[in-house]
Design a protein around this ligand. Structure first.
Ligand code: WT7
Length: 707
């Protein structure tokens, strides 16, 4: 048994319900406000009674089985809840996770033949959900909306699938998707999956250069986009960005024959859209002409489903590859249990499908469960900070899943005095209290650790002290939730992601890679595989092994720090590598640095993350200019602009710090530890600087800190 199993065992022996445990300082949901003094927040008996996993005891029983017999556990779920054209071979899972024993390999359900689009749509329709709402779509502009039932969604998906086939897209071909949150985005993902094509969705906030880089890497048959989108008061001309990306990728030898463009009429009319005859095709002119049925391409469980690029510690983004069968079983199962999903739920995840959260928990996880999903096109604070709760009331949202950065920004908008006491929230956040929010029953958080004060605001005010919060820790690479509360089972601690999901064995290791036990902190790794794990980095299996499996041989290394408390709860402490997390968006410091140094007047750059009140982390850039170039406000702006242009607006540095020189070791390695201290102005904690080649640069940097 694993370490935490023991902790869980002792938790499980506790009676459920806080009232029965006098020695714990506890709160029962719905009966009191969670505050600083209370450690545990218990689900109410009413919630637990109706929950899929109603107690720690039940969790423990299932968890034990999932670890002792993973093949039996997962194949039971896979065969009872999904359609397989043909069952997998003798082995449910075959894996090697130890670099010392050969190439890393993970396979689940190999030989099983299925299709994830079929499982999302056809299977649910056959089970009686044809007329259930699959998607509610809410426009950026209040008052404009649309919806599709499961059978209407299937028709739309089939039409697009048929069109894609007609232009020669075949099983295994890549399709680049650069779309905002329109219904056409999940439609496109599902249509690709239906014909076995591999979608690669690029978040529509990435710049043309980033888009081009991804096009060049995966060489798609077609690029799918729309002409423009409204986000808050702004109109963003996406097609122009795609045009520029296609020019750029052509320079690198990749030319694209078809750019399928959806006319997003509320943002821009087609007459005003720049057009390249012969290459560009209006979605509305072609797709609706195709039949509303389309045969499914049956694929192997280990055939690729999608590629999603994410940031690592070098400048080159990594193409995370997920396959079909394991990902399907894992996203569906995690969605169901972590949100205590019931057929009557209306689910809204504020994430964009351009990130993994939108893949696993806007499109696949919910659709596999036959859920009703809200898709919102616009900005969460438009026209004002009450918009989210307006949408919650309008669609009677029951499960609301979002990111800490959004919670913090809404918290700040409504309420200056939020730190004083919990009651002040209620009195001073009219943007929230103007709306009923009574449909809500489960809340979720993802992307970064949620700080306890944001947790309490979310819990007490938004959820009316009634809704458990599933603080889901996971990654692009893991495909689905790894450490997460199960809302009916666990007493929660604000800010802790609690315990592992079924089948997941988190371990905390020290510098040497030795597992550490009990109350401890260190590097978070995972032992063994789980069905949703990524299988490789596209075109670079070597980098896959080096980044994730070599640092601590025998384990998958997450890149995160983590501590475990006396009760066995997990507390994620953030990245320990050169990755920063800005508003839940993952950015490699090396990517920002390489954008900065591409500026002709920039000689060198070093980027670190600093604490940021709303974004979690902000981007802090030390910049050395070319000899003789003077510092100027104009130059500062153009440096920020070059990052916006090369990566995207979300990666723009918050601070440029002029640096006559950077602190380096004698071998020339930049000492980021020192830069982090200077950036956060912890000047008395600089530590030993005697190993620097030129210790004097530190004083120079400090002198220039606020210039
Ligand atoms: C990194 C993964 C997975 C969806 C969104 C981000 C951080 C994510 C949590 C959480 C603490 C979290 C980690 C992780 N992270 N969720 N609930 N608590 N940290 O996906 O871009 O792949 O980033 O986000 O640092 O490694 P991603």
């Amino acid at each position: 048994t694993t370490n935490h199993l023991r902790h869980v065992e002792s938790m499980a022996s506790l009676p459920s319900g806080a009232g029965k445990i006098s020695h714990l300082n506890a709160v029962i949901l719905g009966e009191a406000l969670a505050s600083e003094e209370n450690d545990f927040v218990f689900p109410s008996d009413a919630f637990s009674h109706q929950a899929l996993i109603p107690s720690p005891h039940k969790y423990l029983e299932m968890y034990k089985r999932s670890i002792e017999d993973p093949a039996g556990f997962w194949s039971g779920i896979a065969s009872s809840q999904f359609y397989w054209k043909q069952k997998w071979g003798d082995q449910v899972c075959s894996e090697n996770l130890d670099v010392r024993k050969g190439d890393i390999k993970i396979e689940w359900f190999k030989g099983g033949i299925t299709n994830i689009c079929y499982n999302c749509l056809d299977r649910n329709i056959d089970a009686g959900l044809a007329d259930k709402i699959a998607l509610y779509w809410e426009s950026n502009e209040p008052g404009f909306d649309a919806h599709l039932t499961y059978s209407q969604l299937l028709h739309r998906v089939c039409q697009l699938a048929n069109y894609l086939k007609s232009i020669g897209v075949r099983k295994g071909d890549a399709v680049i998707v650069y779309l905002p949150m329109l219904m056409e985005l999940p439609i496109t993902m599902l249509a690709c999956a239906r014909i076995g094509a591999v979608h690669s969705v690029v978040f529509a906030g990435f710049s043309s250069e980033s888009l081009a880089q991804r096009i060049v890497d995966c060489k798609p048959k077609v690029v799918i986009t729309c002409n423009a989108v409204r986000r808050g008061p702004k109109t963003i001309h996406l097609k122009d960005i795609v045009d520029a990306a296609l020019v750029e990728s052509a320079k690198n030898g990749i030319s694209i024959d078809v750019c399928l463009t959806y006319e997003n009429q509320s943002a821009l009319k087609r007459e005003s859209t720049k057009w390249q005859e012969g290459r560009d095709v209006w979605w509305e002119d072609v797709v609706p002409k195709y039949p509303t049925t389309c045969d499914v391409e049956w694929v192997d469980a280990e055939d690729p489903l999608f590629l999603l690029y994410t940031s690592g510690s070098t400048g080159k983004p990594k193409g995370v590859l997920h396959t079909t069968g394991g990902y399907m079983v894992y996203t569906a199962t995690t969605f169901k249990y972590a949100f205590d999903y019931k057929e009557s739920d209306v689910y809204w995840c504020t994430a964009d499908c351009g990130w993994i959260t939108g893949h696993s928990y806007v499109t696949y996880g919910p659709m596999l469960n036959g859920a009703t999903v809200v898709v919102y096109e616009g900005a969460p604070n438009y026209p004002d900070s009450g918009r989210c709760w307006d949408i919650v009331d309008k669609y009677k949202v029951t499960i609301f899943y979002t990111a800490p950065t959004l919670v913090r920004s809404l918290m700040r908008d409504g309420d200056e005095a939020s730190c004083i006491s919990n009651l002040v929230y209620t009195l001073k956040s009219p943007y929230v209290t103007r709306y009923s929010r009574k449909s809500l029953r489960v809340l979720g958080s993802v992307g970064e650790p949620i700080n306890p004060s944001a947790w309490r605001w979310f819990f007490n005010l938004v959820g009316g002290s009634r809704c458990p919060i599933s603080d889901t820790w996971w990654q692009t690479e893991t495909g689905g939730f790894m450490i997460t509360p199960l809302p009916g089972a666990w007493p929660q601690k604000p800010g802790s992601a609690t315990f592992p999901f079924f089948g997941v064995q988190p371990v905390i290791v020290d510098e040497k890679g030795t597992e550490i036990d009990g109350e401890c902190s260190g590097y978070l790794c995972v032992k063994g595989s789980w069905p949703g794990a990524f299988r490789t980095l596209y075109g670079d299996h070597e980098r896959y092994e080096t980044t994730y499996f070599r640092p601590f041989p025998g384990y998958y290394f997450t890149g995160d720090g983590c501590s475990r408390d006396k009760d066995g709860y997990h507390w994620l402490t953030g990245r320990v590598d050169d990755v920063i997390n800005v508003s839940g968006h993952r950015i490699g410091t090396a990517e920002v640095e390489s954008a900065l140094v591409s500026h002709p007047q920039c000689a060198e750059a070093a980027v670190v993350g600093v604490e940021h009140e709303v974004k979690g982390q902000g981007i802090y850039a030390f910049v050395t200019l070319v000899e003789g170039v003077p510092y100027s406000e104009e130059l500062r702006k153009s440096l920020i602009l070059i990052v916006r242009n090369q990566i995207g607006a979300f990666a723009a540095p918050d601070k440029i710090h002029w640096a006559p020189g950077l602190p380096k070791t004698r071998s020339g390695k930049i000492m980021r530890r020192i830069l982090r201290k200077i950036a956060s102005r912890q000047l008395d904690e600089l530590g030993d600087i005697s190993t620097l080649a030129e210790p004097g640069v530190v004083d120079q940097l400090i002198a220039l800190a606020d210039s």
